[in-house]
Design a protein around this ligand. Structure first.
Ligand SMILES: Nc1ncnc2c1ncn2[C@@H]1O[C@H](COP(=O)(O)OP(=O)(O)OP(=O)(O)O)[C@@H](O)[C@H]1O
Ligand SMILES: [Mg+2]
Length: 510
């Protein structure tokens, strides 16, 4: 294994993309993109939803082939016919869907390539474990290498992936939105590992919608706008706020749209209770939770990933069994809530894991937003919104959904645009109580504002919203927040208190 490179400035270009273009039916995803990755440098890739970031990563990692343009690895022209070729050339990709093998141990995952190449012969588990441990130690991790990968947190799985990359002597690592599902303390772990890899000479591409992360970790940044390269900058030369302007484009700069609105609408009147939970628990993860949601109210359930948020929202939607406590909807006690009953009662859930729970990827945008509701609605006998397709058009355009047609399959949309379809679906359905799980995860800075606007409109028209969130700014836009930790309510704050006593809110979070 090579010794750590300490001074990597000028250590050279690891990977170059030259004039890369790629089209899909109806959209030019990338036009003439140039990108250059240096050893020991972290290069950020930013852009609004659908700008082409993931497409570029797919090309660099051999998943997709460019229509034109060239890739060079350490100056040599390469032609990737599949992901294997990219891995063989020393490029490792951490996609959002992780590729650790769940039934193998940490040691086996880290050492997979070496085992496959018969580098350790005869197979000695003691040696495999010891080597895996030393690779993890280089990343500052003391993870138990005998654990099965499926028992690890997302952050730990990412560390295993990075260790795997390091073991395979990757010269460049491409990370596509690795922090989208991570709580803050895990982001810190990831960044620590990335800094170590950087000091050891690894080149990295880093994609994120969180600007503060870009400023914290990146050395340089390329901004993509509608498949074009808007510019490449050294972070040091870039004043705060400039990146967002570059992403949106000068013609369209709208200062207000880049600011996150943290105030609830003034004119709203908060009415009678519509959803009440009294001492609700599931016997496993959440305990004794009481909350009341009123008509016209936005209630935040604040807490880190793993605080029991996901379980609570599933209980409120009837998708998880309640072992104790009572639930009331519109004043009526509900004995055994099921998703079917919840929908009939006008309750909608917008799950965080949109890929598996929120969308039918093979279906078009139109069908995802209307037909799905249509069928469900006629089946459950709920009144239709007369002009729902007009609604779909209005809502998707307000959300700046980037698609060439509403007939496009949801699965071909960018990650952030898929999330917008899920949001649109429930807004079109006009449920009366909406439970949003992390509604702006993976959503670009520009569209966040629109999603908040739509939630505001929804409650202003008499709907009620629960927003489960681990993002402070998202919590602060609500009328009230209850804070969850380890499955219990640890505090409650009104909007004014959140603003005036931000530190208290932060403390409760931790
Ligand atoms: N398989 C596909 N078929 C058709 N269009 C596609 C396909 N894959 C991507 N696209 C389109 O290419 C464009 C770029 O998508 P891409 O996934 O690269 O965006 P992104 O910058 O990663 O966005 P996000 O931040 O939302 O993840 C989008 O308009 C998207 O709909
Ligand atoms: Mg993407």
């Amino acid at each position: 294994m090579s010794s750590p490179v300490t001074d990597t400035a000028g250590a050279g270009v690891v990977l170059e993309a030259i004039k890369i273009s790629k089209s899909y039916p109806g959209v030019r995803a990338l036009s003439n993109i140039d990108l250059s990755l240096q050893a020991g440098r972290i290069h950020a890739l930013v852009g609004l939803n659908g700008a082409g970031k993931s497409t570029l990563v797919k090309i660099l990692s051999g998943v997709e082939r460019p229509d034109s343009g060239e890739l060079r690895v350490r100056g040599t022209h390469v032609n990737f016919h599949g992901p294997r070729d990219a891995v063989a050339a020393g490029l490792v990709t951490i996609h959002q869907e992780l590729s650790v093998l769940p039934n193998l141990s940490v040691a086996e995952n880290v050492m997979l390539a070496a085992i496959a190449r018969s580098e350790i012969r005869p197979i000695s588990w003691t040696r495999i474990r010891a080597t895996a441990r030393s690779v993890l130690a280089r990343l500052g991790s003391d993870l138990d290498v005998r654990l099965k990968a499926r028992d690890l947190s997302v952050a730990q799985q990412q560390v295993v992936e990075l260790a795997k990359a390091l073991q395979g002597k990757a010269s460049a690592i491409l990370l596509d939105e690795p922090t989208a599902t991570l709580p803050q303390r895990d982001v810190d772990i990831l960044f620590t590992v990335m800094r170590r890899l950087r000091s050891q000479g690894t080149a990295m591409v880093y994609i994120s919608h969180r600007m503060e992360e870009i400023y914290e970790i990146a050395d340089s940044v390329s901004v993509l706008r509608d498949g074009h390269l808007a510019g490449t900058y050294a972070m040091a030369d870039l004043p705060a706020g400039r990146i967002v302007k570059e992403m949106i484009g000068t013609t369209e700069v709208d200062e207000a749209a880049t600011q996150v609105d943290t105030g609830p609408s003034q004119q709203r009147t908060i009415g009678e209770p519509v959803l009440e939970a009294a001492r609700v628990g599931d016997g496993k993860t959440i305990f004794d939770i009481s909350l009341t949601l009123h008509r016209g109210e936005m209630l935040a359930v604040a807490g880190l990933v793993g605080s029991g948020q996901g379980e609570l929202s599933k209980c409120l939607f009837g998708a998880r069994k309640i072992s104790g406590g009572t639930l009331r909807v519109n004043g009526r006690a509900i004995k055994r809530l099921t998703p079917r009953r919840a929908i009939r009662l006008g309750v909608g859930l917008l799950p965080a894991d949109r890929k598996y729970e929120g969308l039918i990827l093979g279906m078009s945008i139109r069908d995802n937003t209307t037909l799905a509701n249509h069928r469900r609605y006629s089946r459950f006998g709920i009144l239709q919104n007369r002009d729902e397709s007009r609604e779909t058009k209005r809502i998707t355009s307000e959300l700046r959904l980037k698609a060439y047609s509403i007939a496009q399959a949801a699965g071909t949309l960018s990650g952030g645009n898929q999330q917008k379809v899920v949001v649109a679906k429930w807004l079109v359905a006009q449920s009366r109580i909406l439970i949003f799980e992390e509604p702006t995860r993976g959503i670009d800075v520009h569209a966040k504002q629109e999603i908040y606007g739509l939630i505001h409109d929804f409650v202003a028209r008499g709907g009620s919203a629960i927003v489960l969130s681990s993002e402070l700014s998202e919590v602060m836009m609500c009328d009230r927040a209850i804070v969850l930790a380890k499955g219990r309510v640890v505090g409650e704050l009104g909007h004014e208190e959140m603003i005036s006593d931000r530190n208290r809110l932060l403390e409760m979070f931790a």
